[in-house]
Write a protein that binds this ligand. Structure first.
Ligand code: C5P
Length: 315
């Protein structure tokens, strides 16, 4: 068939497709409990999904050899270094499926930010591939498989809030926090490489707080500064010294408007929880890549749905 005939066919008989919201996460606390012989670190962290996210559109492709990924964002690899393609390759390997996809990624979540944007996209891709293939497997399997391509991906199969241990892949669902707590995410221009931050981690700089106690306290009395401990802050501040000053300035400028100010994941995003307006100085300088203020709040998943919205579907 000519390209034109193929296109005309598509218009009359559109290919199965689905458009999904792909949220990111923050770590309300992140304790590192051990350096492992396999190069990873054991952690204990409260992960929570937030309402900032990307939009991912998946269509079943006529190709029997490769996926095709496009995006609005710059500097993102579109080949099999991308976690979306890794996720689709994993799905085909595990299920024996021979379905390939066209994917368009509308990126809003910054990269190198400690927000798990790429990990969330990988989870969304696994869910979409399974959905468009007639649900070959259950979500538990997708969740288990996803840990093979990234430590943070299994979390996205939770209901929105989870206590994660191991490399991050052992996911214990907990009741999501109130959806009414506003927050601000501040991402400086500089990115943090997760591997680089972990390389600078030293066990003697870590907190000694019991992570289960931190979890219980947050569940019973809510988020407060003393509970939002991130053991990756010292190594991240080592890698990117300006980040420490940024965190301190946000805390100082906000004059106590936030319940807590802390770094998410391995950085470089600083989170301010409990206020919907960023401190004024942020708009006066150009050192920040992005400041997410309004409409950032905790998110949860409904049963059998991929976060709050299947944006559109055609079958
Ligand atoms: O699992 P993922 O590919 O996201 O991890 C990226 C890098 O971060 C790893 O190669 C490792 O260096 C570091 N890491 C770690 N301990 C973890 C998670 C990640 O040391 N629990």
């Amino acid at each position: 068939r000519s390209k034109f005939e193929q296109l005309a066919g598509e218009l009359v008989n559109p290919r199965r497709n689905i458009t999904l919201f792909s949220p990111c996460k923050i770590n309300i606390f992140l304790r590192i409990t051990n350096k492992r012989p396999d190069g990873y670190h054991d952690l204990a962290s409260l992960f929570h999904v937030v309402s900032l996210g990307d939009i991912l559109k998946f269509s079943v492709s006529p190709s029997t050899t490769k996926d095709s990924l496009t995006t609005n964002a710059r500097g993102i690899p579109l080949d099999d270094r991308n976690l979306i393609i890794k996720a689709l390759n994993l799905f085909r390997k595990k299920t024996g499926s021979n379905t390939y996809f066209w994917i368009h990624l509308d990126k809003k979540v910054p990269t190198g930010a400690g927000l798990g944007g790429g990990s969330g996209n990988a989870a969304t891709a696994l869910w979409a591939a399974n959905h468009l293939s007639g649900n070959l497997v259950g979500e538990k399997e997708l969740q288990e498989w996803s840990g093979e391509i990234g430590s943070d991906i299994p979390f996205f199969f939770s209901k929105g809030a989870a206590y994660c241990t191991g490399r991050g892949e052992i996911v214990e669902d907990i009741p999501p926090l109130s959806l009414d707590i506003p927050m601000v995410l501040i991402k400086p221009k500089e990115e943090c490489s997760t591997a680089e931050v972990y390389k600078h981690f030293r066990l003697d700089q870590a907190s000694s707080a019991d992570p289960r106690k931190l979890l219980q306290e947050i569940m019973s009395r809510g988020i407060s500064q003393d509970l939002c401990i991130n053991d990756l802050e010292p190594p991240a501040f080592n890698v990117l010294p300006s980040l420490k000053a940024l965190k301190e300035r946000i805390a100082a400028t906000s004059r106590g408007r936030y319940q807590a100010v802390f770094m998410s994941g391995s950085g470089s995003t600083i989170v301010g929880v409990g206020d919907s307006e960023a401190p004024q100085f942020i708009y006066e300088e150009d050192e920040y890549q992005e400041v997410f203020t309004s409409d950032v709040f905790f998110l949860r998943r409904k049963e059998n749905e991929w976060y709050q919205k299947v944006i559109s579907e055609c079958s």
